[in-house]
Design a protein around this ligand. Structure first.
Ligand SMILES: *Cc1c(COP(=O)(O)O)cnc(C)c1O
Length: 359
């Protein structure tokens, strides 16, 4: 696709950018540009632009503000040791974006255009890609901007990509997280949108996340909505359980769990190592019993932002329990080290995982 490139005349100076990149945190500091592509039912995808990051003008009747037709993705770009820039498995994000689009009755964007849009933004904002432990977090998203209050799939959408430099997710080393078992809020149900990466899922999870914080926990874990028995995932991360006999379990994808690319990558790495990973339902009762008996030695959550985070403590209305000694286990640590080295191009990984950006 042909993009019109309109450089930001007010792009930050090298000094101002450097100051912003010292301690960017997560999601508060943004690069100078954004990519936008419009879609209309009559004209398809058109008006692809790379331009100054700026607010959208939205009519108060824009469909997204009322019926939440919105999806997003999240991926990272890294500074390679030779000064180049790479992305990790972006075509997987492109594919998942379209699966989300199908579920939400939104138009699909050709996968190569999705990847190209990310590349265009990285190219113009290349200086914003941190070195060292940092990375550039890329956030592609799409929303309905048709001005109409009737309930139907919208006939106009905007696809946009923005980016923010991020430091190491865990400063001063990774601390294990504590999680709260949500006993009356659900994230997803059969036939619902649990497998789509849509803003609405997050909106629905926030009250449970707030409840978790109220119990002194970092994150909330959701159970299945039918039996309230099977462990699904956190608000934005998938879970793995590692056992003393060397085996591993992760809940199966079945429409109520988001198919994480980190989850998929870890499955492939463990399988290549000959570790038996069962994708099978795992109940909260098994989890508690296995933790207490010591059969279960490590649990970690995984996703693009945090990569891998050990789960140390689980709290619920039925009582609390600890995994192992409550710290980060050595297999979790080793997997994190290995995956981040592959993502950064410092260690060889499976064919095609590292996508070099043509700067
Ligand atoms: C994005 C997301 C994940 C993690 O997916 P990755 O592709 O690994 O970043 C897990 N669960 C939910 C609900 C998510 O939205």
């Amino acid at each position: 696709m042909q993009f019109d490139i309109i450089p930001n005349p007010a792009a930050l100076s090298d000094e101002a950018r450097a100051a912003h990149m010292v301690d960017p945190g997560f999601g508060r500091v943004f690069t100078d540009h954004m990519v936008t592509i419009r879609w209309t039912a009559a004209g398809g995808w058109h008006e692809a632009q790379v331009r100054a990051r700026a607010p959208f003008q939205l009519d108060p009747a824009s469909a997204v503000l009322h019926y939440a037709q919105e999806i997003f993705e999240g991926l990272k770009a890294y500074r390679a040791e030779d000064g180049g820039v790479t992305m990790f498995r972006p075509e997987q994000n492109a594919r998942r974006f379209n699966e989300s689009a199908q579920r939400m009755a939104m138009p699909e964007l050709p996968e190569d255009v999705f990847v190209q849009a990310c590349e265009e933004l990285i190219r113009i904002d290349e200086k914003w890609v941190p070195g060292g432990e940092g990375s550039l977090y890329i956030r592609p998203f799409m929303f309905a901007n048709e001005v109409f209050l009737g309930v139907k799939p919208a006939a106009e959408f905007i696809f946009c990509v923005i980016a923010c430099p991020v430091g190491a997710y865990f400063k001063g080393g990774a601390k294990p997280i504590s999680i709260w078992v949500s006993d009356h809020y659900n994230r997803a149900g059969p036939g619902g949108t649990g497998a789509a990466k849509c803003g609405g899922n997050y909106a629905a999870s926030l009250v449970a996340q707030a409840e978790a914080s109220g119990h002194g926990c970092d994150q909330v874990v959701f159970l299945d909505s039918s039996e309230h028995k099977w462990v699904e995932e956190l608000g934005g991360m998938n879970l793995f359980f590692l056992f003393a006999d060397g085996s591993a379990v992760t809940p199966p994808l079945g429409g109520t769990i988001l198919p994480g690319i980190t989850r998929n990558s870890i499955l492939q790495l463990l399988n290549a190592d000959g570790v038996t990973v069962k994708e099978r339902p795992y109940s909260i009762d098994e989890w508690r019993a296995d933790a207490q008996s010591g059969t279960l030695t490590e649990v970690f959550a995984c996703g693009t932002a945090a990569v891998l985070a050990a789960v140390g403590q689980v709290k619920s209305t039925a009582g609390d329990f600890t995994i192992g000694n409550g710290g980060t286990g050595f297999r979790t640590e080793a997997l994190r080290t290995r995956l981040t080295a592959i993502q950064r191009g410092q260690a060889p990984g499976p064919e095609g995982w590292v996508h070099r950006v043509n700067l």
